[in-house]
Design a protein around this ligand. Structure first.
Ligand SMILES: Cc1cc2nc3c(=O)[nH]c(=O)nc-3n(C[C@H](O)[C@H](O)[C@H](O)COP(=O)(O)OP(=O)(O)OC[C@H]3O[C@@H](n4cnc5c(N)ncnc54)[C@H](O)[C@@H]3O)c2cc1C
Length: 151
């Protein structure tokens, strides 16, 4: 049977996870993921960066790692204003400094190349492997120029 997780349920699970990890044990009655606190987020665009920030606000005990190949993010919204000269490129350039310093996120400048869900690992282009308990995949979209023959 499907079970929709309400905001209240989510907070309870997070609290349970926080309590059990603080005690260094896993209570048998809790869902398996409640005691795990390593979250890896792939992609530091609007989706990934927003998820990163709000996870930290929801649970200070989480170990959060963001993987993003670029050192800055250019916001596509408002980019039309740059074209018309109302804004400049620096106006639409966001760094990851606040996520690192204010939200205590481990920001890794790299690309994810493979995910192994059964092992709970993400392989990076640099060859490094990250271990996660929860994974958010938010790499945006891209054109697949070769998807339709002759297109
Ligand atoms: C020209 C333009 C104008 C737009 N204007 C508006 C607007 O006015 N209002 C509006 O609401 N929306 C607008 N949009 C849409 C908006 O930009 C997107 O909806 C939004 O950026 C999607 O967010 P996202 O996080 O899913 O992806 P993205 O913002 O694309 O972020 C994905 C991130 O993932 C990273 N990534 C990709 N692959 C990997 C990998 N393998 N490993 C690690 N990281 C990876 C990328 O480097 C990127 O930083 C516009 C889009 C464009 C192109």
């Amino acid at each position: 049977m499907d079970h929709k997780l309400s905001r209240r349920d989510f907070s309870k699970l997070l609290l349970a996870g926080t309590a059990s990890s603080a005690l260094g044990m896993i209570a048998p009655s809790l869902p398996a993921f409640a005691a795990s606190n390593r979250v890896v987020i792939i992609g530091g665009g609007f989706g990934g960066a927003t998820a990163t920030k709000y996870l930290r606000k929801l649970d200070p005990s989480l170990s959060i790692t963001l993987v993003e190949p670029k050192t800055v993010f250019h916001t596509c919204p408002v980019s039309n204003w740059v074209i018309t000269g109302l804004k400049t490129i620096p106006d639409i350039t966001q760094s990851y400094t606040a996520l690192k310093n204010r939200y205590r996120v481990n920001v890794i400048t790299d690309s994810a190349v493979a995910i192994n869900p059964s092992a709970g690992t993400v392989k990076l282009k640099s060859g490094k492997t990250l271990h996660y308990d929860r994974l958010i995949v938010s790499p945006g979209i891209d054109f697949r120029w070769d998807a339709i023959q002759g297109f």
